[in-house]
Write a new protein. Structure first.
Length: 324
């Protein structure tokens, strides 16, 4: 029988409670801590009247509260609906109107784009802010919801084939559309990543936004398979390179534009990225990325390990002959 993410988290918390699930900067989250906070938030959500089928708008960058909120929603059968952090107020309002969330969890700086949204779309008493207060009398700190869950009612039981996640498309050809995943399809997607060699011997660096499928699915897969994650709040090429060097990361997903920026910054200031074993690219067409450097620079530690060739990043087997 296939193990769900929720089951895997509890298994890790029992068998390896002190193992690192992820860390953001110096803030380290073990599986024991993660499951504890997930259960607190899950009880808080249930205490607020949420359960199977309730939609929760998640409006955050890659912060710990976002990871906890995803897992708490999955635990009680609520539907996690991450919002693109780049959307403006005029784009968020119709999206929220179609979503009809029972509860909103966001960051103060992002909430400003939602603050004027009518209570018929986002209820006044269901607006919670993570990591700091918002200048709005209708919002409550996320700690309030966690406090309510300190001794709340038992969690609801999720249904395998009921919606668990609503991801939005980019909206480049019209209004963003919702793509639905169930607990069953989420489990299948996560399990499909197994062939990429994810296990406890790897360390992943993830700067992809968890509000999009690519970043989210890989992050959840790492939690499922016990792979410690160095999670970056937002993509910054220097921060990513520094994290790889400091934490000896072996596994790096990204899109071509991100790898292009990484190559440029690595050329400007070399970091030891020799630990990298897998660089996984997706989400865009392959574009040759010029790497204007000498052979000496390309022989620096990590260049070969990270897939850097003398003139470009090799991500397509059909182009390898041109890299020789």
């Amino acid at each position: 029988m296939t193990t769900t993410l929720t089951e895997a988290l509890h298994q890790h918390a029992r068998s390896h409670p002190k193992s690192v699930a992820f860390q953001v900067g110096e803030d380290v989250w073990t599986y024991q801590r993660l499951v504890h906070e997930v259960e607190r938030l899950a009880r808080g959500l249930v205490g607020h009247g949420l359960g199977n089928g309730s939609r929760v708008a998640l409006h955050m960058a890659n912060v710990p509260e976002l990871a906890v909120a995803f897992c708490a929603c999955f635990e009680i059968g609520a539907i996690a609906a991450p919002l693109n952090t780049r959307l403006k107020s005029a784009e968020l309002r119709p999206l929220l109107q179609r979503l009809g969330p029972a509860l909103y969890i966001g960051q103060a700086d992002l909430y400003r784009r939602v603050a004027a949204t009518d209570a018929s779309i986002v209820p006044w008493n269901a607006r919670f802010i993570a990591g700091g207060a918002a200048d709005d009398p209708w919002t409550q700190g996320l700690t309030r919801l966690l406090e309510d869950g300190a001794a709340g009612p038992a969690k609801a039981e999720p249904e395998a084939d009921a919606p668990a996640l609503l991801l939005t498309t980019s909206g480049t050809t019209g209004q963003p559309k919702f793509v639905t995943h169930t607990q069953a399809t989420l489990t299948a997607v996560i399990e499909s990543v197994r062939h990429l060699g994810l296990d406890g011997t790897q360390t992943a660096a993830i700067a992809l936004p968890l509000t999009h499928g690519f970043g989210l699915f890989l992050f959840l897969a790492c939690l499922r398979f016990g792979v410690p994650v160095v999670l970056l709040e937002r993509f910054d090429p220097d921060a990513v390179l520094d994290a790889i060097e400091r934490h000896r990361c072996t596994w790096l997903p990204g899109v071509p534009a991100m790898f292009g920026a990484l190559l440029e910054r690595q050329q400007a200031r070399t970091r030891n990225v020799r630990s990298l074993k897998v660089c996984l690219s997706s989400g865009d067409i392959y574009v040759r990325l010029g790497y204007r450097s000498s052979s000496r620079q390309c022989s620096e530690p990590g260049c070969a390990a990270s897939g850097v060739r003398r003139r470009r990043l090799a991500v397509s087997p059909t182009d390898r002959s041109q890299d020789r």
